[in-house]
Design a binder for this molecule. Structure first.
Ligand SMILES: C[S@@+](CC[C@H](N)C(=O)[O-])C[C@H]1O[C@@H](n2cnc3c(N)ncnc32)[C@H](O)[C@@H]1O
Length: 356
């Protein structure tokens, strides 16, 4: 029987030399062994969990990233939809997204790098925000869209230039700005986090003050406001400034993670809640898309020209190779404030037209 027992004791899947360790994948003994394993148990558990999470990621249907439930969207808004995936059904990740995922997986698999990040994060979290820690460590990079996807959106919105100035507000480390910077003569950026501002300056973008960006330069041909409205303290004030800071014929590109969930790292209320709330209604992604277009953008004189959906990708860590959220992208233009009209969608799709 000893032989049979030995056959069942598979050596640790992570290559540790401890003969009492019998971690393998896929049976009940595994989770028991992972839970009780000591002294290397914590690391083994982390690696086991990461492997499981990565298996889940590998099996995930990535076509969902580029799709919405069209039955829940009004027809006039469906006309503005621009698919951003690749492949026959335009619902597969493009090359830039694939490159980001591969690089992210490589970095997340580097134990020394992740151990250093984890140590530094716990030490620094007493003093500075998570975003600033990421900026200092050069980690947590994000991916929104590629140059080709951006150009597709611009073309679909009828933007023909001039390609003189771009400002990316709340640009983070400028990774997404870098994808489109070559299209413009002048590239400006802001971020509230000092390490992110250093990262932006290192990329040779002109870094503007977070309060005075609209006075220091501009009006701008294109403004990027990517994943900022749910992270800044005063999103309504920002939206009004965005509208007035667009050059004639300019485009505002807003990306927002949905379902909407505001979380403010640096705000007046000190409880991570924003000082101003966006009137986003409904709980599902599609309902919120309609609500944003009708109730948030239209009332401040921003008309949606095209919109789409893609994954907001974030570099991974010891937890998993990468993270993703549903990101909805809107390309908007400024409307004369007095003549704008707004449609308030009721959740079931019935709408009431209202002129201001
Ligand atoms: C979720 S990240 C988005 C980064 C990048 N735009 C992207 O889409 O990957 C939000 C960023 O906005 C910055 N931020 C928050 N409030 C801000 C404000 N009022 N002005 C400028 N940046 C701000 C944060 O420091 C953070 O880097």
């Amino acid at each position: 029987m000893a032989g049979a027992d030995e056959a069942h004791v598979v050596r640790c899947a992570y290559g540790c030399q401890d003969t009492t360790c019998n971690i393998t994948v896929g049976d009940e003994a595994v989770s028991r062994a992972v839970r009780s394993y000591r002294p290397h148990g914590s690391l083994a558990r982390v690696l086991y969990d990461k492997r499981k999470a990565d298996e889940w990621l590998a099996a995930y249907d990535k076509r969902k990233w580029y799709r919405v439930d069209k039955s829940k969207i009004r027809e006039d808004l469906l006309d503005l939809w621009v698919p951003l995936g690749t492949g026959p059904d335009a619902d597969q990740p493009d090359k830039a997204a694939e490159i980001f995922l591969v690089r992210s997986a490589e970095r997340s698999d580097s134990l020394p790098l992740q151990a250093w990040h984890s140590l530094a994060r716990s030490a620094l979290s007493w003093f500075i925000s998570r975003t600033s820690i990421n900026g200092l460590l050069g980690r947590g990079s994000m991916h929104v869209f590629s140059s080709e996807q951006f150009q597709k959106l611009m073309d679909a919105s009828g933007f023909t230039g001039p390609w003189h100035s771009l400002v990316d507000l709340g640009a983070g480390d400028g990774a997404t700005t870098a994808h489109v910077a070559h299209l413009f003569e002048k590239v400006y950026a802001t971020d509230i986090s000092p390490p992110m501002r250093w990262a932006l300056a290192k990329r040779k973008f002109t870094v503007l003050d977070v309060e005075r960006w609209h006075q220091e330069a501009g009006p701008y041909n294109v403004i990027l406001c990517l994943n900022l409205l749910d992270r800044c303290d005063r999103p309504n004030t920002l939206l009004r400034l965005l509208r007035t800071s667009l050059a004639p014929g300019g485009r505002l590109v807003i990306a927002l993670v949905l379902p909407f969930s505001p979380y403010v790292e640096v705000g007046e209320r000190n409880n991570h809640k924003p000082s101003e709330y966006l009137p986003v209604r409904g709980s599902g992604l599609e309902i919120q898309i309609v609500s944003l277009i009708d109730r948030v953008f239209a009332p401040v004189g921003l008309r949606c020209l095209v919109w789409s959906k893609l994954p907001y990708l974030c570099e991974g860590d010891l937890g998993q190779s990468y993270y993703f959220l549903d990101d909805v992208i809107f390309v908007l233009e400024a409307q004369p404030i007095n003549t704008r009209s707004c449609e308030f969608a009721i959740n079931d799709g019935v709408s009431l037209r209202r002129n201001f």
